[in-house]
Design a protein around this ligand. Structure first.
Ligand code: GLN
Length: 196
């Protein structure tokens, strides 16, 4: 049984639940999804993997009651202390992963610009090429941020643009894989727990 911690502060959470369930069925793996709203829920359940959904990063920081940079105080330290556990951060989740935190380097070392494609109506779908999946992926970009540069491995591109960055087992995507019918990134998360 694989346990996945889903950060439930705000934003696109429920589609991640369906995507994780579908990916687990595809892989024939049993999973348990644990909703994480505070640090104690993370430390007491010690999930095997983490998903940080998209939404609105400014609101997420406030919801987590730390207006400086951490959506759940202590959560990023927990991630840093558990480098073998895969993490999938999407859109606003990617923005938070690229934030420097209290003197620590960010969990993904990349420069990211919020709302870089313009307002909500500039949202779009485009083909992404992912070296992580070894194939193309339908990327859904909703008021998406843009990676300007990355010191970490680039794991997804759209044309010449960086749309996915990977640091160890932490991946940050500027699009919403939970909204595509392709569950490749959710499968990657579960497969990574199994050591692949
Ligand atoms: N524009 C949002 C932000 O800056 C991110 C959008 C999303 O997660 N779909 O936080």
């Amino acid at each position: 049984m694989i346990s996945v911690g889903l950060v439930m502060l705000q934003g696109a959470r429920h589609d991640h639940i369906s995507s994780l369930n579908e990916a687990s069925r595809d892989l024939g793996l049993e999973i348990e999804i644990i909703e994480i709203r505070k640090l104690s829920e993370l430390t007491s359940t010690d999930p095997d993997a983490i998903v940080i959904p998209g939404g609105e990063s400014t609101t997420m920081r406030k919801t987590g009651q730390d207006k400086s940079s951490m959506l759940i105080p202590g959560m990023f330290d927990w991630i840093r202390d558990n480098p073998s556990k895969p993490v999938l951060g999407t859109c606003a989740g990617a923005i938070l992963l690229a934030d420097p935190q209290d003197g620590n380097p960010p969990l993904v070392e990349a420069q990211i610009d919020r709302n870089a494609y313009g307002p909500q109506y500039e949202s779009f779908q485009a083909t992404v090429r992912s070296s992580l999946l070894g194939r193309e992926f339908p990327g859904i970009f909703i008021r998406a941020p843009k990676f300007i540069s990355s010191e970490n491995e680039v794991c997804a591109t759209m044309g010449k643009e960086i749309v996915g960055v990977k640091n160890g087992r932490v991946i940050a995507l500027t699009f919403h894989p939970e909204l595509s019918s392709d569950k490749g990134f959710h499968r990657w998360l579960l497969e990574s727990v199994c050591g692949e």
